[in-house]
Design a protein around this ligand. Structure first.
Ligand code: NAP
Length: 278
C-alpha cells in the first residue's frame, strides 16, 4: 500500500491519478480529508504532518510513502513509519537546498532538515528537489481576474517553472521503479524564464493583457504577510534578487525519469488558463 500525503496538493492529486490508473493500492492522507475529491473506492485518512497523533493510523499497512517535507515532527513520523513496516519514502524537497546559503535561509533549511531526517532513518529514502513550481503563478490569479496589475519586486528574475504533472510523473517513476530507490533527483522545468516572460505567456493563454507593477521588496513582503512567514518571504526575496537578470541552470532529470521533455510554461498556462479568466 502506498500512502500519499498532502492529499489536497497539486502534486499529490496528479500522483494519485497515476497510481490509481496503474491499479496500485493507495491511501490518501490529508489534514482535511473531507475536502478531498477522490476516485470511487480510494480510502482517505486524516493525516496532519504537524499532528503526531494522526500518524499511526495513516501508516498502518503502508509500505511506500510520498511525503511532503514538514520537518517539525518528522522524526516521530519516521519512527511510526518504521514501526508500521514502511520500506521506502519519496520526499518532496526543494532545489532551495542547493543554494550556497541554504543553512541560513529559513525555507531551504526546513527542506535540508527534512532531507537529513529521512536520510538518517533506516527506511530507504528517495529525494525529489524541484525548482520553482509553474503553479506559483496561481498567486497572480486574483490580480489578473480583476484586471489589476501583478505586483512584483523582481519582474526580471529568472526561474525554471516546472509543471506539477512532471513532478508527479517523476514521483511515480521513483516510487515504482526500485532502481531509483535511494536516489536524489534535481528537477527543473525545460526552460528558464523571467516572471515578465511568464506573464506574457499567461496573457496569450488567457487572451487578455496583463500588466506588471514593480514594487519594492518591502512592499511585496508586507502584501504577502498573511500567507508567508517573514523569514520565508525573506528567503524568496533573496532568491529572486540572486536570479534577477540571470538565467538559472536546468537539468534533464524530468526527461530521464518520465521519458519525455518537461512541459513548458506555455503548456502549463494553457492547462490552467480558466483559473485566470475574468
Ligand atoms: N512552490 C514552489 O515553487 C516549490 C518549489 C520546490 C519545492 N516546493 C515544496 O513543495 C511542497 C508543496 O508546495 P506548494 O505549497 O506549492 O504545494 P501545494 O501542492 O499547493 O500544497 C501543499 C499542501 O498544503 C496543504 N493544503 C492546505 N490547504 C490547502 C488548500 N486549500 N488547497 C490545497 N492544498 C492545501 C495540502 O495538504 P493537506 O491536504 O494535507 O492539507 C497540500 O499538499 C512544499 O514543501 C514546498 O516547499 C515548492
Amino acid at each position: 500500500m502506498i500512502l500519499i500525503t498532502g492529499g489536497r496538493g497539486a502534486v499529490a492529486t496528479r500522483l494519485l491519478s497515476l497510481v490509481t490508473d496503474a491499479g496500485l493500492a493507495v491511501r490518501v492522507g490529508s489534514a482535511e480529508p473531507a475536502q478531498l475529491t477522490l476516485p470511487e473506492g480510494i480510502p482517505a485518512v486524516r493525516l496532519d504532518l504537524t499532528a503526531p497523533s494522526t500518524f499511526a493510523s495513516a501508516l498502518a499497512g503502508v509500505r511506500s510513502v510520498f511525503l511532503y517535507a514538514s520537518a517539525s515532527h518528522l522524526d516521530t513520523f519516521l519512527d511510526e513509519a518504521g514501526r508500521a513496516g514502511v520500506q521506502h519514502i519519496v520526499l518532496l524537497s526543494s532545489a532551495a537546498v542547493l543554494s550556497p546559503d541554504a543553512e541560513t535561509s529559513a525555507m531551504a533549511k526546513s527542506h535540508l532538515d527534512a532531507e537529513r531526517a529521512v536520510q538518517a532513518s533506516p527506511i530507504t529514502a528517495t529525494i525529489l528537489r524541484p525548482g520553482s513550481f509553474a503553479a506559483n503563478a496561481t498567486g497572480w490569479a486574483w490580480a489578473i481576474k480583476t484586471g489589476k496589475p501583478v505586483r512584483l519586486p523582481y519582474p526580471g528574475a529568472y526561474n525554471d517553472p516546472i509543471h506539477e504533472r512532471d513532478i508527479a510523473e517523476a514521483a511515480y517513476t521513483v516510487l515504482t521503479q526500485p532502481r531509483h530507490h535511494g536516489g536524489v533527483y534535481d528537477l527543473t522545468g525545460p526552460e528558464t524564464l523571467t516572471f515578465a516572460e511568464q506573464l506574457d505567456q499567461l496573457a496569450k493563454a488567457v487572451g487578455q493583457p496583463i500588466t506588471v507593477e514593480q514594487v519594492t521588496p518591502a512592499e511585496w513582503k508586507e502584501a504577502m504577510a498573511e500567507h508567508l512567514p517573514p523569514n520565508f518571504a525573506d528567503s524568496i526575496l533573496d532568491y529572486w534578487k540572486s536570479t534577477d537578470g540571470k538565467p538559472v541552470p536546468l537539468t534533464d532529470v524530468v526527461q530521464k525519469l518520465t521519458g519525455h521533455p518537461g512541459r513548458t510554461f506555455a503548456e502549463w498556462a494553457a492547462d490552467h488558463a480558466a483559473e485566470f479568466a475574468s
